[in-house]
Ligand binder design. Structure first.
Ligand code: ADP
Length: 381
């Protein structure tokens, strides 16, 4: 690279922060846009445009001063992105893909049109329409703005006897509830020339109350037939979208080993944090390579890994610290990541810990120990 490109990132959360950590190894500067002047990426970004990603001006400004743009969140005002693309600016992934992903109805229809298996769904708007739901058990999702399980509710027809139980106003999606044996995620990287790599699949364990991932295991324990099926399906989605960038495909495996796509995120993903230590190339470095048109890296797993999210406890909001370092840092292969968020809120993602092991069982055993030892505590107690 003779010319040193500057990368623009829309959103300055933890994904942007971990991306910038990789970019700095290559001596590449990144400029972010985020309304929060203390967002996680702010302290390591070359520059920070403090402005809303829901408004045109900060996005157009970012486009004007950077060579290539990417994003770490889906909820972006899309119109200025199309404008920048028209001006010849390189945006990875393309705003056309972002537009599909921003709207769960468009995303579901995309799968339908491309013969990609996904849970059957109905679109509803008025409360009376909810009563027409054809499944006993279903999942209600708000059409836009869902994130980390917010905007998703598992329901039964009985809940609909009282309209007060209808969780969202406006247009919503009702999906058949899939009896999952496993939830897995595959991160696909596709570059500007159509070269593709898949990261090894990860298996997610959930906190059913909060509907958030609590432990992530890599590699997922699936047989080779299922692995091929899951990889092929993930690649098919990205190719059908002509996607360039990093794409996290969340998949359900049902009791008969059928695979359904749940949703796709066109960016690095929580289910890929472990790749920083566990794979030859991390999801963040892979995105960097794509943005800079460098060769894709090997996604091979160096060691089995478990990742645990560090979430804000329910009991308090405010300044916090991580308790338990002394015990966990005695264990080999334990990597702490704190995102630099000033305050904790219930269930807020404040950091994560990756644990490597010689076997997955070994990593899991250590991860359970880590979960017992660490806690987010209030500074004020
Ligand atoms: P978000 O976009 O907020 O992450 P998701 O659509 O991924 O929401 O749903 C969150 C979780 O809800 C999923 O990981 C899964 O556990 C459950 N879920 C969503 N849709 C279905 C479905 N059709 N059948 C069974 N479980 C589902």
């Amino acid at each position: 690279m003779k010319h040193k490109p500057v990368i623009g990132i829309i959103g300055g959360g933890q994904l942007a922060r971990m991306f910038i950590e990789e970019a700095l190894r290559y001596n590449i500067d990144c400029i972010i846009v985020d309304a929060d002047d203390q967002c996680p990426a702010s302290s390591i970004a070359y520059d920070h445009i403090v402005g809303s990603i829901a408004e045109a001006a900060p996005l157009l400004k970012l486009g004007a001063i950077t060579d290539v743009l990417t994003y770490d969140i889906e909820h972006i005002y899309i119109k200025p992105l199309f404008e920048l693309e028209k001006q010849g600016k390189l945006l990875i992934p393309s705003p056309h893909i972002l537009q599909i992903v921003q709207d769960k109805a468009l995303q579901k229809n995309f799968y339908l049109d491309n013969n990609i298996p996904s849970a059957p769904f109905q679109l509803v708007s008025r409360p009376e329409e909810w009563k027409e739901v054809i499944w006993k058990k279903f999942v209600a999702k708000s059409r836009r703005e869902g994130y980390d399980g917010r905007g998703v509710q598992i329901m039964t027809v009985d809940d609909l006897q009282n309209t007060i139980n209808i969780p969202f106003e406006g247009v919503a999606i009702l999906e058949e509830f899939i009896e999952c044996k496993k939830e897995i995620s595959i991160i696909v990287a596709r570059n500007q020339h159509g070269d593709i790599t898949c990261f090894p699949p990860v298996e997610m364990e959930f906190d059913s109350e909060a509907n958030l991932v609590t432990m992530l295991l890599c590699p997922a324990s699936i047989n080779s037939e299922l692995l091929t099926k899951a990889n092929d399906l993930s690649v098919k989605i990205v190719e059908a979208m002509k996607g360039v960038g990093i794409f996290a495909v969340e998949l359900f495996v049902d009791i008969n080993d059928n695979i359904y796509v749940n949703e796709m995120a066109p960016r690095p993903h929580n289910s890929g944090h472990h790749t920083i230590e566990a794979c030859y190339t991390s999801q963040y470095e892979q995105l960097l390579r794509i943005l800079l048109d460098l060769p894709l890296g090997s996604t091979e797993l160096i060691k089995p890994a478990v990742m645990i999210n560090l979430l804000g406890p329910k009991e308090f909001s405010g300044s916090y610290y991580l308790h338990g370092y002394n015990e966990i840092l005695k264990l080999p292969g334990v990597y702490v990541h704190l995102y630099g968020k000033a305050t904790s809120r219930p269930m807020r993602k404040l950091g994560h810990i990756t644990i490597l092991g010689d076997t997955l069982a070994d990593a899991k055993e250590k991860a359970i120990e880590v979960q017992h030892q660490v806690s987010i505590r209030s500074m004020n107690n």
